[in-house]
Design a protein around this ligand. Sequence first.
Ligand SMILES: NC(=O)c1ccc[n+]([C@@H]2O[C@H](COP(=O)([O-])OP(=O)(O)OC[C@H]3O[C@@H](n4cnc5c(N)ncnc54)[C@H](OP(=O)(O)O)[C@@H]3O)[C@@H](O)[C@H]2O)c1
Length: 250
Amino acid sequence: MKICLCGLGRAGREFVRYLAENPVHELVAVLCREESATAGKPVTELTEIAIDPSLCVQPIERFDPKATSVDVIVDFSACATSLKLVDLCCRTKTNLVICPTDFHEREIEYIKNKAITNSIGLVFASTLTSGINLVIDFVERLSKVFPDYRFEIIERHPYNKPSPTKTARYIQQAISREVVPISSIRLDGYVGVHEITATDGYERISITHESFSRTAFVRGALLAAEFIQRKRGVFYMKDIVKTLLLDEKL
Ligand SMILES: NC(=O)c1ccc[n+]([C@@H]2O[C@H](COP(=O)([O-])OP(=O)(O)OC[C@H]3O[C@@H](n4cnc5c(N)ncnc54)[C@H](OP(=O)(O)O)[C@@H]3O)[C@@H](O)[C@H]2O)c1
């Protein structure tokens, strides 16, 4: 698959590093917003990763996905730039995986409608790791099967992470209860931990998901790109995990 990346921040750099070490797909282009300091510069120079020296960062406005036969664009930028990417993808019928989470509801609706109207494939990958999506799927079922259980969520992240995390909120929404308390612990050293405890007073079920590095996000983004490559319509990571569970690939 020919992949294009947008955004060369921490996650984007990890994406480049992972593909350089695991060349299962070809990175054919890297994009940025018009005003980015990375525009026009070689990716290898910016990342210090040994890849094709002719691969330079290009502003979205001047990029044509057809020129490099891009199959899927993976977006690790931010909402304002994602909106420009959606326009580009709809114009050129290119499929897209959107990883940023800083959208308002109206922007999500705009993106969904535009993708459907233009018959492209799009994944809203708001929680990227397959593990956390499996956990969400599991606690959703658990809360329905055992109505007597009470649930609590504890999430642990580094100091700079706003609390609670969006992922903790997604877990909370998946649990069919009026009240699911979330506790946030902020200490350096963590990448990300979400722990769900459920009890009926007689027994306890505890599920912990921990990300060790950003590679988990990259692998989730690639899973989403592989899934959407030949599809049309709007999907979420939970749809991908459910499909894999049905196919027993997980
Ligand atoms: N869904 C998930 O599970 C998941 C996991 C990891 C990351 N993410 C999301 O992926 C995105 C990148 O994460 P990161 O950790 O790499 O962030 P980061 O280090 O802050 O990098 C942000 C990247 O976005 C670019 N960008 C484009 N438009 C921007 C704008 N309007 N404002 C700010 N930056 C803009 C920046 O490049 P220039 O400044 O050079 O333009 C930079 O390359 C974030 O939105 C993050 O929330 C999602």
